[in-house]
Design a protein around this ligand. Structure first.
Ligand code: NIG
Ligand code: FE
Length: 392
């Protein structure tokens, strides 16, 4: 039965033809959901007759946040590493190995339960679609199982066997790349949509990364990449060459990288909480946007460089420290995230799109950045069904 959601003070549609400004906002709005999809959206004054109504009490509604970069399948704790970093130690890719040991030692049930609690946090933070990577197993069996466990909670499951070279292959990194491209790929690809590689200092170089991404593409996976986080390498160049859906981090870009991204359909996914939690320099999101690059913002939820599930926090940091306007940051955390996952059915209020949305206890979406650290998410809805309701 169709349900009308009414009495919406401000609705962010991300549809320029439907509303005003970058976010296509409509005041005093309403929309209708039928069979989990948006069946109508517009001014409340034009609402068609629908028997079932849900009064949203003048609150703000935005499309659900789309988190296009997360690492949910892990065990263990690295709070001491975080504390040391805040005391002056530099972040390095090698810390990943601590989590690898804990993840290998965890049972399927332990991992499943930890993933489930992170998914519940995502829903509480207004995230309705999320990507999740493997990468803390680094054996054939452990990569295959973390890809599978991720695929139980999201269709956006990513094989990241090439996260770092595990200790047992330290003397022969190319042998590890071969393992990733062959046996590990065959065991993991059936439960993955994406292939990813960490192309950076202390992880994999350009040639190794290209080998991994091409092997993944040959196995039917779509490419995305961790690029230019720790230094200005060639990751972005590779991303554009292989038409990766997204180049993630982009913390160290030169003029040529920006030109390449602007002329491509590769999204630059920025991870504000990673810079925050590693005390690193922030990339200039406004500069990227101004150059014509499509930008997404994601949480990068992981135990080492960014242990947050709050997209609102990421939006606030992107505004404060990456020089985005609130509108640009909110667009990047919704529509931008959808584009980074090459999804046209989420990230906006368009007819026949998935009815994934968030009700905010605030007079406008700007409050997401204006009220940092305050939980404004009243409820989160996926396919027209509430997955989180505050105080319920
Ligand atoms: O996206 N950069 C590589 N991977 C993660 C960090 C992983 C870790 O430190 O455990 C990231 O920041
Ligand atoms: Fe990451």
């Amino acid at each position: 039965m169709p349900t009308a959601f009414t009495n919406i003070g401000s609705l962010v549609t991300n549809d320029l033809e439907r509303g005003t400004g970058l976010l296509g906002e409509i005041d005093n709005a309403a929309f209708v959901v039928d069979e989990g999809k948006i069946a109508w959206v517009g001014s409340a004054l034009d609402l068609p007759a629908v028997d079932d109504r849900f009064d949203l009490e003048g609150k703000t509604v935005i499309p659900g946040f789309v988190d296009s970069h997360a690492h949910l399948a892990f065990a263990g704790d690295r709070s001491e590493e975080f504390a040391a970093r805040m005391a002056g130690t530099r972040y390095e890719a090698g810390g990943i190995k601590t989590t690898v040991a804990a993840t290998r030692a965890a049972s399927d049930e332990e991992l499943r339960s930890q993933i489930a609690s992170r998914v519940a946090e995502f829903h509480r933070s207004g995230i309705t679609t999320f990507e999740s990577k493997s990468g803390y197993g680094l054996t054939v069996a452990d990569e295959a199982r973390t890809v599978r466990l991720n695929s139980e909670v999201t269709s956006e499951s990513t094989f990241l066997g090439a996260h770092v070279v595990p200790a047992e292959f330290a003397a022969n990194p190319d042998d590890y790349v071969d393992l990733v491209c062959n046996e590990m790929m065959f065991a993991s690809a059936p439960n993955a949509k994406w292939i990813d590689v960490f192309c950076d200092r202390g992880a994999f170089d350009y040639d190794q990364a290209e080998q991994v991404l091409r092997a993944g593409m040959a196995a039917g996976l779509m490419p995305r990449i961790h690029a230019n986080q720790l230094e200005a390498g060639r990751g972005v160049e590779l991303a554009v060459k292989l038409d990766c859906a997204s180049a993630d981090h982009c913390s160290h870009l030169n003029v040529r990288d920006i030109e390449l991204l602007a002329g491509s359909s590769t999204v630059a996914t920025l991870l504000p909480s990673a810079e925050f939690s590693t005390r690193a320099e922030y990339p200039d999101a406004r500069r990227l946007w101004g150059a014509g690059v499509t930008v997404a913002i994601a949480t990068d939820c992981n135990p080492g460089s960014s242990f947050t599930t709050s997209m609102a926090f990421c939006v606030a940091v992107a505004v404060r420290d990456m020089h985005f306007t609130p509108e640009q940051a909110i667009w990047s955390a919704t529509k931008g995230g959808a584009m980074a996952l090459r999804r046209s059915d989420i990230g906006a209020f368009g007819l026949c799109m998935k009815a994934d949305f968030v009700v905010l206890d605030a007079p406008s979406a700007t409050h997401i950045a204006y009220r940092p650290g305050v939980d404004l998410v009243e409820s989160t809805w996926i396919s027209g069904k509430a997955v989180h309701r505050r105080n319920k």
